[in-house]
Design a protein around this ligand. Structure first.
Ligand SMILES: NC(=O)c1ccc[n+]([C@@H]2O[C@H](COP(=O)([O-])OP(=O)(O)OC[C@H]3O[C@@H](n4cnc5c(N)ncnc54)[C@H](O)[C@@H]3O)[C@@H](O)[C@H]2O)c1
Length: 352
């Protein structure tokens, strides 16, 4: 596997101020890349990325990916693109359906359509293992398995994947790669406590009661730093290994049921958590995923495992690091888009 040098590369991370983007951006800077983030800061979460403005190889453009002028500015002189931005998760796309159509489907497609002919090297698109949706088979899903999206979020991801792979078939002048990423966990400067592992950990470590629906449904998980490692792996692998390819991102050891996640959290906090189990929740997703392809073809393995991160998050919660959770829910969760972000793009009008 040949590796392209990081020197001289400028990665445009669209959505780089988010939960994953904050960690990816720091990792890229640490590896010597120039990083330019284009982000609309829809949760008023600029404070998470602002400290990087002092870094000599970092630039921030606050703008909307649906604005072609902002995209042109962000791509000027860039060698690579990581497309992360959008309304992320099933709940937020159910709340803001029109805005999801506008950003996650139409806006992201327009960005992809604008890339050919700019002399870019790589495009890495962060898709999701949620695309496997509700699996009837007990076999872990491979990249070839049927996609069965059960949310608008995953439907749009599937559409974008198809768009990107069709562009690859058409013969574009850059190398596109799709990463189907497991549900993230772990600490980030823009922390998200609406994701299963972090939500369970915060709730129980804060001494609150946790209600768990459908405890025996499976899901794969991946630490934010390992997601960032996968994006870098795709940027640095030989083009022949990743061009027009889809990779599941995670590790086979990291498929967990919600009940198993509860057990890990209980271990971390000395078994003191109050948990109630219920059936019939609103999230029907149930899937285990196979990660052999990314391991075998790209030599990628995640470094972190769930228990070590849960212990760290529990410690941070117990130290009071997130005592402002109730006052700053829009910062810590993907539930509500800030009024300022809703109001300033014509396509966003009418959303509630
Ligand atoms: N977090 C996970 O569990 C997970 C799992 C699988 C895949 N992914 C993918 O990883 C990527 C990042 O997810 P995340 O958890 O960091 O989400 P996030 O919500 O924290 O980050 C998304 C970022 O996109 C920005 N954004 C939204 N609309 C925009 C617009 N119109 N123009 C410019 N910027 C805009 C937001 O301001 C935010 O900073 C997404 O593509 C997501 O689908 C995440």
């Amino acid at each position: 596997m040949s590796v392209v040098s990081a020197n001289g590369r400028t990665v445009c991370v669209i959505g780089g101020a988010g939960y994953v983007g904050n960690v990816l951006t720091r990792r890229l800077l640490g590896a010597g890349y120039h990083v330019r983030v284009l982000d609309r800061l829809i949760f008023d979460h600029g404070a998470a990325i602002a400290p990087l403005l002092e870094h000599p190889r970092f630039e921030l453009i606050v703008g909307d990916l649906r604005d072609p002028a902002a995209v042109d500015r962000a791509l000027a002189g860039a060698t690579d693109v990581a497309l992360l931005a959008g309304l992320v998760g099933d709940p937020i796309t159910a709340t803001y359906r029109e805005l999801s159509d506008s950003i996650n489907r139409d806006g992201c497609k327009a960005v992809v359509e604008s890339l050919d002919g700019r002399g870019l090297d790589r495009l890495v698109f962060t898709s999701t293992c949620s695309n496997y949706g509700l699996r009837t088979s007990d076999e872990p899903a491979t990249e070839e398995s049927e996609l069965a999206p059960v949310s608008l979020y995953a439907e749009h991801k599937v559409e974008l994947e198809r768009k990107i792979l069709a562009e690859a078939q058409r013969g574009v002048d850059y190398t596109p790669t799709v990463l189907r990423i497991s549900t993230a966990y772990g600490l980030s400067p823009r922390m998200r406590f609406d994701l299963t592992i972090s939500e369970f950990t915060r709730t129980l470590a804060a001494g609150l009661e946790l209600v768990v629906y459908d405890a025996d449904t499976w899901r794969p998980y991946c630490h934010v730093s390992d997601i960032s490692k996968a994006v870098m792996t795709a940027l640095e692998a030989s083009a022949a290994d990743v061009s027009g390819e889809v990779f599941n991102v995670g590790h086979s050891d990291e498929n967990y049921t919600k009940r198993m996640v509860v057990d890990v959290v209980q271990d971390a906090i000395g078994g003191t958590g109050k948990v109630t189990f219920e059936e019939g929740g609103r999230d029907p997703r149930n899937y285990r995923v196979n990660f052999d392809k990314i391991r075998d073809r790209l030599g990628y393995q995640p470094d972190v495992r769930v228990p070590q991160s849960v212990a760290a998050v529990a410690q941070a919660v117990q130290a009071g690091a997130y005592d402002d959770f109730d006052q700053r829910q829009s910062f810590y969760t993907n539930h509500t888009i800030s009024d300022s972000a809703l109001g300033t793009h014509p396509a966003a009008e009418g959303e509630g």
